[in-house]
Write a protein that binds this ligand. Structure first.
Ligand SMILES: Nc1nc2c(c(=O)[nH]1)N[C@H]1C(S)=C(S)[C@@H](COP(=O)(O)O)O[C@H]1N2
Ligand SMILES: [Mo]
Length: 249
């Protein structure tokens, strides 16, 4: 584990600047990194055996670590994930809002799209430089829904039925947080969380929930799937990884 991780924990968050660096947070990240390295070769060889090396399929086992084109690895905590398309996909925005809304894929495509090119960084060590993502700013969907004054956070749910994520409301309103429809200038494929995934550019990739189906505005942060298992809730990647930590981009 290199020192990028350490730098990334605290020095880039505009909300946290000036607060002491959480040593517990650093140690937690280190511990998981080591675990990932130990677990990876075993899992990967198991999956390659099962799939005969095919890269763009659902692994039938647990978390997948197959190379998935351009340096990506396939991750899913669910053993199988239903496929959704333009007819069947729905995204629900609800919770502490004045106007709960359900979007179809066409609805999302009709909204203004934002394209960003950043490095993707997984907490287990792999990185994919200069990856374009494109989609609707989350802040736009929140504004449309009318967030109530008591709201503090967002909970994200997925149609894999298992994965969850969280952001504070302030993080969620950043200009570099997208409800993404495209990655690498292509429509998001199933294995990368298509048709729609969250994309949280300034944070480790586990924040970018795949197969996004629900955006629920809540009164407090509810830690997501990996966060309940030890990952940092605030998952900032540092400047050292080529990120821009400014709230506008
Ligand atoms: N629904 C869902 N989203 C998820 C995950 C997952 O297991 N399920 N894994 C996360 C992690 S740890 C990473 S690194 C990225 C991997 O995205 P990729 O499969 O497109 O490479 O998805 C994130 N989002
Ligand atoms: Mo990850």
């Amino acid at each position: 584990m290199d020192e990028d991780v350490y730098k990334g924990v605290n020095d880039t968050d505009p909300e946290q600047r000036g607060t002491p660096v959480g040593r517990r947070v650093f140690l937690g990240t280190l511990g998981l990194g080591a675990l990932g390295v130990l677990a990876a070769p075993k899992l990967q060889s198991g999956l390659e055996g099962l799939l005969g090396g095919a890269a763009d399929q659902d692994p039938t086992g647990l978390t997948g670590l197959l190379p998935n084109g351009g340096g990506f690895r396939y991750y899913s905590v669910a053993s199988s994930v239903p496929r959704k398309n333009a007819d069947t996909y729905r995204l629900k925005v609800d919770g502490l809002v004045d106007h709960p809304t359900t979007y179809t894929l066409a609805d999302l495509k009709a909204l203004p799209q934002t394209r960003m090119v950043r490095d993707v960084q997984c907490v287990t060590g792999w990185r994919v430089p200069d990856t374009p993502f494109e989609g609707v700013r989350l802040s736009r969907l929140l504004d449309a829904a009318g967030v109530r004054p008591t709201a503090r956070a967002i909970r994200f749910t997925c149609f894999d039925g298992t994965y969850t994520e969280s952001l504070t409301l302030r993080q969620a309103r950043r200009a570099d947080v997208l409800v993404a429809l495209r990655m690498q200038d292509k429509d998001l494929g199933h294995s990368h969380g298509g048709p729609v995934r969250l994309y949280v550019a300034p944070m480790y990739f586990y924040k970018s929930a795949k197969w996004l189906s629900g955006i629920t505005v809540t009164d407090e942060v509810r830690p997501g799937y990996w966060e309940e298992r030890g990952y940092d809730v605030d998952a900032w990647v540092g400047r050292s990884n080529g990120r821009d930590d400014e709230p506008t981009s």
